[in-house]
Design a protein around this ligand. Structure first.
Ligand SMILES: Nc1nc2c(ncn2[C@@H]2O[C@H](COP(=O)(O)OP(=O)(O)OP(=O)(O)O)[C@@H](O)[C@H]2O)c(=O)[nH]1
Ligand SMILES: [Mg+2]
Length: 244
């Protein structure tokens, strides 16, 4: 038999949980997903839009942006609303799918500062494991860390956005190593299950940068996902957004 008082407490707690869940769905969170080209940003975006297996994206599907007329800046893609669901909770996130070629790196900064994103997601893949000479993931990661540490505001924000962004920093950073279906073996999976994925060699070249983020006081979480298969995608984002 449940005591009436505790039963009431359970009903209240349950009601509160429903309320926070429904409430949470209508609050939008600004997130920014950045990473070198072909790490899977557009695939991740599609995974959040339509859960399930995402069609492999070819060379013609790479994200590109046209230059604005008479300007040196590229035209920003539209913002898109996506839903993240995990463990019965759901959050509404707003993001922009920006390309990962080096010419678009400054657009990442313009996007993160102008929307003052709360959650910064850096997407990596396993290319440095298969070819140690390929340091493009490190280049993209280093670019973001460098700019967050020197705090220099990007050009082309406009006066008002620049002013509003003067004290901005992301609340949290989630580093996601994508394409786990290609690099996470049984041993790595066991490591992931024990919550020790940070120890995996895929994160080794980023240790210095991760420590720098720690020194900046921005909580950072690393995880493994597979955006095309839909493995651990929403759980990793949700965990990153709730723990930190
Ligand atoms: N095996 C596997 N392939 C993936 C995964 N995610 C993305 N890919 C593939 O990786 C390639 C690049 O994916 P995109 O989503 O186009 O990459 P992107 O980061 O948007 O690239 P840019 O638009 O140039 O910045 C495509 O061929 C995808 O099908 C994954 O989880 N597993
Ligand atoms: Mg893309």
């Amino acid at each position: 038999m449940v005591e009436p008082a505790s039963a009431a407490a359970i009903v209240v707690a349950h009601g509160f949980w429903r309320f926070t869940d429904i409430f949470g769905r209508y609050i939008t969170h600004n997130i920014g997903v950045y990473g070198f080209t072909e790490t899977g940003k557009s695939t991740l975006d599609r995974q959040l839009m339509t859960e399930g297996h995402v069609r492999p994206l070819g060379e013609y599907d790479r994200t590109h942006h046209k230059k604005k007329w008479l300007s040196k800046h590229h035209r920003m893609p539209l913002r898109a609303v996506r839903r993240v669901r995990s463990d019965g909770m759901s959050k509404t996130v707003v993001s922009r799918d920006i390309g990962g070629h080096q010419e678009y790196f400054p657009m990442w900064l313009r996007d993160m500062y102008s929307r003052r994103i709360e959650t910064l997601i850096i997407l990596l893949d396993h290319r440095h494991l298969t070819n140690t000479d390929d340091t493009s993931n490190q280049l993209a990661f280093g670019y973001i860390v460098e700019h967050l540490s020197n705090g220099k505001r990007p050009k082309g924000l406009g006066f008002w956005k620049r002013f509003r962004a003067r004290k901005w920093r992301p609340k949290r950073i989630i580093v996601l190593a994508n394409k786990a279906d290609l690099w996470l073996d049984e041993e790595g999976y066991a490591q992931w299950e024990r919550g020790l994925i940070f120890e995996h060699p895929i994160f080794l070249p980023f240790r210095e940068h991760l420590y720098r983020l720690q020194e900046l006081g921005v909580p950072t979480r690393v995880d493994a996902i597979s955006a095309s298969v839909g493995w651990n995608v929403e759980d990793a984002i949700m965990k990153g957004m709730s723990d930190l």
